[in-house]
Write a protein that binds this ligand. Structure first.
Ligand code: SF4
Ligand code: SF4
Length: 236
């Protein structure tokens, strides 16, 4: 899932200082699961903003709402009226949901309330760890299921480097070395000979290096949308 953290209250207050009406908009999916931007967090942030606003002498109205997913326009449409009447929407979604608001409602003023961090896994209660960087060319098969792109500090495709010590990465003693884990796992599975394979540089064009990502599933695009997404129409 997408993992995010809430921005400090002071930063959110600063960025909403000029707004008379503020809508704090939560998202009911990934950021609910990581306790950053669900309905409960939206309610608490709205209450905190009202209290801080009172203390600072602001005359600002702050309300809150939550949609199932901010990253789909259909869900955003259910709060179109509230978004339309707010001077500023504080989005408690990941960066995708936050941008969906301004794409669907171009007149709106949106302030991100979260910092989106990574695609991660909850490894124990209250702990999320990065597991994937969306590189667009998955190599998990030759690393026996442990991602060297997201989990090795250098993103090495051939490791480990000389910085691994006692199973940890040289960046810090509490960061496991992904390549140490890969080697351990290869050994357990009887694949250690694979370590001798040299992997050529990856094609990074499928990742951020190739510009913004886009997937077009031709078979799913509606006839009326084909030209707009750069496809030829099927029927004349
Ligand atoms: S290799 Fe790429 S797609 Fe696969 S888990 Fe790692 S970052 Fe994600
Ligand atoms: S010590 Fe391990 S995780 Fe750190 S950069 Fe080297 S191979 Fe990658």
């Amino acid at each position: 899932m997408i993992v995010a953290e809430q921005k400090p209250l002071a930063e959110i207050m600063d960025r909403t200082a000029d707004a008379g009406d503020v809508l704090v908009l939560g998202c009911g999916t990934c950021v609910t699961v990581c306790f950053a931007g669900g309905d409960k967090e939206a309610e608490i942030l709205a209450a905190s903003m009202r209290m801080k606003g009172d203390l600072d002498g602001r005359t600002q109205r702050v309300s809150h709402a939550t949609v199932q997913r901010q990253c789909e326009w259909e869900y955003l449409d259910s709060v179109a009226e509230q978004i339309g009447s707010a001077d500023t929407v504080v989005s408690l979604a990941c960066g995708i949901g936050a941008q969906a608001i301004v794409e669907r409602f171009p007149e709106s003023h949106m302030v991100p309330g979260l910092n989106t961090r990574f695609y991660g896994l909850p490894t124990t209660h209250g702990v999320w760890e990065e597991r994937c960087a969306g590189c667009g060319d998955c190599v998990l098969d030759y690393t026996d299921g442990i991602c060297p792109v997201a989990r090795c500090s250098k993103g090495l495709l051939n490791g480990p480097c000389g910085g691994t010590k006692d199973g940890n990465c040289e960046v810090s003693a509490d960061t496991p070395c992904a390549w140490y884990q890969i080697v351990e796992r290869m050994e357990k599975l009887g694949h250690l000979d694979r370590l001798a394979e040299v992997h050529e540089p990856k094609n990074w064009q499928a990742a951020r290096d190739g510009g913004p990502g886009r997937i077009v599933r031709e078979d799913l695009v509606r006839e009326r949308d084909r030209e707009a997404v750069g496809l030829e129409r099927v029927s004349a």
